[in-house]
Design a protein around this ligand. Structure first.
Ligand SMILES: NC(=O)c1ccc[n+]([C@@H]2O[C@H](COP(=O)([O-])OP(=O)(O)OC[C@H]3O[C@@H](n4cnc5c(N)ncnc54)[C@H](OP(=O)(O)O)[C@@H]3O)[C@@H](O)[C@H]2O)c1
Length: 333
């Protein structure tokens, strides 16, 4: 194949089915004036890609039928007519689910000795979502209790560690014993409860004896309802994501405990990481320092082969991933 790529064949109904996407071939494009050609090394798989496959109201235009699936990529520049890029440069950009892509802009990635995958995950939009979502929207204070759902995932694992660095008690919510152990033993969360047991609110109350001051919400649905039962006066509920609802047709029901927001005078605020573009340098500097100092740990869940991208996306919805999910499309050397 010249430039294998995944295109959207039809809009999924419920979970993504095998023939909603098709792997097709295309000629390798040549860069025009002001453009560069990048070869994809890693493709980021994100829950929001499921949103982009549908036509519900969303923060960007949905992917159109027949278009290449949208996705953030880390690539190496192969040819360039762009003044800012030369062959061999590493670049992060919206390359999509394909082996080669043409860019007009992108974030040039420093060869700083960190693993390449870090630049797509912990130093990319997912790490930035944890950073700005927690610090800018959640505004935790030392001594407060922060609850993070999808605690062993790409965003949640980093948000919880930043909350620890902010001097908070941190309680995670995750779907398996292995993930709960990872959150407490490897990432330093104070506790981590399972959302697969019936009484999540009771488990949260036990793990948060002083209540919940900041809820970093990645899941929604029943998980969000349980968290809302435990929030304190003037709590901040950071709506980062609602993955439990992304496969739903039409409007997902709930949250049922919305009255809690009124009674506890809580603030519920959503955010989209693209709105923080102007502050990415601040994030990159701080996160790079934390990584170099060993104060933030991260895991990447790398699936080999672009041909496996469609199936791998399902791991986000089954809980089969730990840390940042991505596909290795080609090797640097
Ligand atoms: N606002 C923004 O700009 C922004 C940017 C990036 C990501 N996000 C959002 O952040 C969230 C996390 O994204 P991510 O890339 O870091 O994914 P992730 O947490 O690495 O993976 C998703 C995890 O969600 C959990 N999950 C899935 N379905 C669930 C359900 N029905 N009930 C309970 N838990 C469920 C699973 O973990 P368990 O095994 O623990 O259940 C799964 O591993 C998503 O909602 C995403 O849309 C938002």
């Amino acid at each position: 194949m010249n430039n294998p790529r995944w295109i959207l064949r039809r809009r999924p109904v419920g979970a993504v089915a095998s023939d909603d996407l098709a792997l097709v071939d295309a000629p390798t494009p040549a860069p025009g004036e002001g453009e560069f050609l990048a070869r994809t090394l890693y493709l980021s798989l994100d829950p929001a890609q499921r949103i982009a496959m549908g036509d519900r109201a969303q923060y960007a235009a949905p992917v159109q039928i027949g278009e290449v699936m949208r996705g953030m990529t880390l690539g190496v520049v192969e040819a360039s007519n762009h003044p800012g890029f030369v062959p061999g440069d590493l670049v992060r950009g919206a390359g999509g689910w394909q082996a080669f892509w043409i860019g007009r802009d992108g974030h040039k990635v420093a060869r700083d000795g960190l693993p390449l995958t870090a630049h797509l995950g912990v130093l990319g939009p997912t790490g930035a979502s944890a950073y700005f979502g927690l610090l800018d929207v959640g505004r935790p204070k030392a001594g407060e209790t922060v609850v993070v759902s999808a605690a062993a995932g790409a965003v949640g694992s980093i948000a919880g560690q930043i909350a620890k660095l902010s001097g908070c008690r941190v309680v995670g919510i995750a779907g398996s014993d292995e993930k709960r152990r990872y959150a407490t033993e490897d990432l330093g969360f104070d506790a981590c409860v399972s959302h697969r047991v019936g009484a999540l609110a009771a488990a949260l109350r036990d793990a948060c004896p002083d209540g919940v001051d900041v809820a970093f919400e990645n899941v929604g649905g029943a998980v969000l309802d349980a968290v809302l039962e435990c929030i304190n006066l003037r709590a901040r509920v950071v709506l980062c994501g609602l993955i439990a609802t992304y496969n739903a047709e039409g409007l997902a029901p709930g949250p049922y405990n919305f009255a809690s927001v009124l009674m506890r005078r809580a603030r519920v605020q959503g955010f989209i990481i693209g709105d923080y573009q102007a502050r990415m340098d601040e994030f990159t500097r701080r996160m790079t320092r934390w990584l170099m100092d060993g104060r933030i740990r991260y895991d990447d869940h790398v699936v080999p082969g672009l041909e496996n991208a469609r199936e791998a996306l399902g791991l986000l919805f089954s809980g089969g991933n730990r840390g940042k999910l991505m596909v290795e499309v080609s090797r640097l050397a």
